[in-house]
Design a protein around this ligand. Structure first.
Ligand code: GLP
Length: 246
């Protein structure tokens, strides 16, 4: 297996441009794509450029957007919710209507049921056509914390210390919830195409482990080595070896 296609870029604007171009070309070839989309800082610039593509002719009216992860107990009206973040930075700027968005509802009394319903919606859509992801400092995808089995379903997880720490800036001094809900590694790895945006020196070690270690639940992103159409767009600060391609 060839492994992920790596694109190493010089800076943030290049990162955004390359990632947005990849997302746009995926939508062009599949206008009704089901897309699961990360929040976090890494893909935000690409989303901004994607909105520009949408204003200048890219038809996004038929895509469906699935929420990737959410803090447990945080409702959709809460400005800290990842759902609100996704709406603000991706769905609204693209002009995608709310009825084409599948929420991962972590606010209710029966989170296990919400997870099953979410996986049911993914299944009814025929799986994800595209997963747009960031890379956690501990190798997580979404909130699939280590160890995460590649067959794991959408579920409630306990956040690791690294994840709580790295999410702290988004919580403005308030305590980060200790549990979250995440789309399962199983459906993410089954996405027909995966794009991971990786930026900054803090990601260098975990990216190297992701690409070099034999796939292991202890670095959930390492299972991308076995994916047939995974693309990693990475800036030079996060890259520690010569690019295999492009
Ligand atoms: C967060 C989120 C992920 C995100 C990742 C990287 O904790 N759960 O969905 O992709 O970690 O975030 P960032 O891009 O801000 O580094």
């Amino acid at each position: 297996m060839a492994g992920p296609h790596i694109t190493v870029v010089d800076d943030a604007s290049d990162l955004d441009r390359r990632a947005a171009a990849l997302i746009a070309s995926t939508i062009r070839s599949r206008p009704d794509a089901s897309i699961v989309a990360a929040t976090g800082s890494s893909p935000i610039g690409a989303y901004r450029l994607l909105a520009r593509h949408a204003r200048t002719g890219l038809d996004v009216g038929h895509v469906r957007v699935f929420q990737l992860d959410e803090y447990l107990g945080v409702g959709s009206g809460d400005d800290r919710s990842l759902f609100e973040w996704m709406m603000r930075d991706l769905v609204s700027p693209l002009g995608i209507s709310r009825d084409r968005v599948v929420r991962l509802d972590a606010s209710g009394h029966d989170p296990a049921r919400a997870c099953r319903e979410y996986d049911g919606a993914v299944c009814a859509a025929g799986g994800f056509d595209l997963a747009i992801l960031g890379l956690g400092l501990n190798g997580h995808l979404g909130f699939n914390e280590p160890p995460s089995d590649p067959t794991s379903a959408t579920r409630v997880v306990r956040l690791s210390r690294e994840s709580s720490e790295s999410n702290r800036p988004y919580w403005g001094g308030r305590a980060v919830p200790d549990r979250a809900m995440t789309a399962g590694l199983s459906s993410l790895l089954a996405a027909r195409r995966v794009i991971v945006v990786v930026s900054g020196a803090s990601k260098r070690d975990i990216l190297a482990r992701t690409l070099r270690e034999p796939p292991t639940p202890w670095v959930p992103a390492s299972f991308l080595q076995q994916h047939a159409d995974a693309h990693i767009v990475v800036d030079r600060a996060a890259w520690s070896e010569r690019p295999r391609s492009d």
